[in-house]
Design a protein around this ligand. Sequence first.
Ligand SMILES: [Zn+2]
Length: 488
Amino acid sequence: MRILVGGINHESNTFNPIITGADDFVVSYGEEIVNKDMTQDSSSVGIVRVLKKAGCEIVPVALARAVPNGVVSASFYRSFKTDFLRRVKEALVAGPIDGACLALHGSMKVEGLGCAEGDLTGALRELLPDIPFTAALDMHATITPALLKTVNGFAGYKTAPHVDCAKTGGHAAAMLLKALETGRKLRTAYRRVPMLIAGEKSESEAEPMRSLIARCRESEKTPGIAAASFFLGFPWADDEYNAVSAVVSAFDEAKDRAETIVCELAEVFWARRGDFAFRSECYNSAEAVAAAYRAVLEKKERPVFISDSGDNPTAGAAGDATDLLEKILDTIDATEKLPTPLLYAGFYDAPAVAACIKAGAGAKVDITLGGNWDTVNGKKIPLSVEVLKTVRGYGPYNARLVFAAWRNLRFVITSKHIGFGDEHLLPALGVNAADYCLVVVKLGYLEPCFRAIAARSIMATSKGCSNEVLETIPYRKVKRPLYPLDAG
Ligand SMILES: [Zn+2]
């Protein structure tokens, strides 16, 4: 069997003014997709693994990925799509294609176009009208009519933080193979649940997500049901289709069962709407800083983590809001009393990185930190820093990194919008978070590498483009009523 594999992965925050362009994407073509590092936890790896094991001929097209950020540039998307479709046409000249399995996020937005994935799958469907398509989607996917019309089966991540990406890719591929091997049609039942959830309230290890996901797994044991998923939408996108959804993909003979199950899943999700809560203790920025100082100085807890959750680049925020930093600067005398410096990881600030790298390690240099992009929740903070270490060519996005000191603060600064949840980033700078009594990260829930060492985890509902207090976000396009914006 010849199976087409490809996709695009981006979570687009429509409140972030940055336009995600060609430089921000890593694009793999053809055999690069098949020969990727198979230990990576990505849905494309899972798709390739299952198809290879089944002895399929994989037809790899193109696969693009960027860190969550502002909406994607129209010119990048246009050229990616044109290239993608050209490669599909070339593959068709070589022989018929039996099925397609795509690795998508589901909440990518393009300038002037809006939801991107349905546009791509629609164009692909025109070229391949009669074959089954399946897709692996992020748990934070936004299900649109275009996606439902063009894709036969969906598998979604069942964990947040997402640690089952490859597994989900494998699920989407296995579902496709089953459809092809048995000649059965695959179709999807869908129900919108009129609500959104702050990202950090949806951890799958905590209630109510734990029970809700268990219901999905239980549903998947029903004969004929291929996949049952909850997709949570993406709270930091102002889009008419944005909402939670229950999605059940089933083989033809179970289509009535799928309709019943999807209604039950939607109802049980809605019934639990009041139970979503932040898992860690949670305060506004000033209170979070004060609570962290008390934990370190009075209770001797360390390391204490503060999540600067309102400006979480891995949720597509700009990564340069200064709301929380300003609260730290307001209390700088208390910071000086901490037994170790306060580590702030970090800021996306290309000009600051350029100035520090030009000055070199050991030099003192005047920079401004933050406020290049998110000028609503941040401003340029002038600091005279000492450059402690610089790194060039870090990671797949080829970022430059700086570690800098100012008084009792230590800053990690990146030249590219790559986020701070990556376990390799701090070690690349020779920084061990466990050596610090207080660590501020621009993240929401702590990634496993931080959770493993955190003596205490405090979430600051700071101001930024990934503001966790949804009721205060100025939505204009989401369809109302929508819980919790319209609580009644
Ligand atoms: Zn997600």
